[in-house]
Design a protein around this ligand. Structure first.
Ligand SMILES: Cc1cc2nc3c(=O)[nH]c(=O)nc-3n(C[C@H](O)[C@H](O)[C@H](O)COP(=O)(O)O)c2cc1C
Length: 186
């Protein structure tokens, strides 16, 4: 297991009772080259290919941006342990057309309130007459715009504010795919 993964596993364990430690910021670049950033919920770390997984909507801005530029950045701060992880990632979007098993797995884990959001209108479209969120249809199956986004980790920049002095290290893969760790000046 790469050193950064050991650290992240420990950070997740130490903050397991803090729901806010499951939120990170995902930054992408839009079609005009403008950076955009938003908070999302961490769902899973896939150890098979070292990807961070979130759920989202194919009609959202981040989907459009990732289709244009899959390279993205994730910033995750654990306030309890005072650690920051910055991941350089490459995003892939999966839908029920190309990975129905993964889509169903993540849909089944959502609460009713979480599922309902996906039956409202198109994200960022004008809200007519305070359009309420009313769902009368069957929510057992995900709508076609429900998607899973996988962010394959390419490099990690870790910073710990726990000690004095602070501690920072960089992680990347060599040409054979082995993870290298290098402590650097914070
Ligand atoms: C705490 C929190 C958690 C969120 N989690 C998600 C999420 O897991 N997936 C998602 O698509 N949007 C999530 N959002 C909403 C996004 O931040 C964002 O507003 C929305 O996805 C539209 O972003 P976009 O237009 O850049 O695609 C969350 C917002 C907050 C404040």
């Amino acid at each position: 297991m790469p050193a950064w993964n050991q650290r992240l596993t420990k950070s997740l364990h130490q903050t397991r009772n803090q729901p806010e430690s499951r939120y990170f910021q995902l930054a992408t670049i839009d079609r005009d080259g403008v950076p955009e950033n938003r908070t999302v919920v961490f769902r899973h770390l896939d150890d098979a290919d070292y990807s961070l997984i979130i759920v989202s909507d194919t009609r959202s801005g981040k989907w459009t941006s990732l289709s244009h530029q899959p390279l993205a950045s994730i910033c995750w701060y654990f306030s309890k342990t005072r650690e920051q992880y910055r991941f350089t990632v490459c995003g892939t979007c999966l839908t029920r057309d190309n990975d129905p098993a993964l889509i169903n797995k993540h849909w089944s884990k959502l609460s009713d309130a979480g599922r309902k959001q996906y039956f409202w209108g198109r994200p960022a479209s004008v809200r007519q007459n305070d359009a309420p969120l009313r769902v009368n249809q069957d929510m057992s199956q995900p709508p076609e715009h429900f998607c899973v986004m996988k962010f394959k980790i390419q490099a990690v920049d870790y910073l710990s504010l726990q000690g004095n002095p602070q501690y920072r290290e960089k992680h990347w893969q060599d040409k054979d795919g082995n993870w290298i760790t290098q402590p650097v000046i914070p």
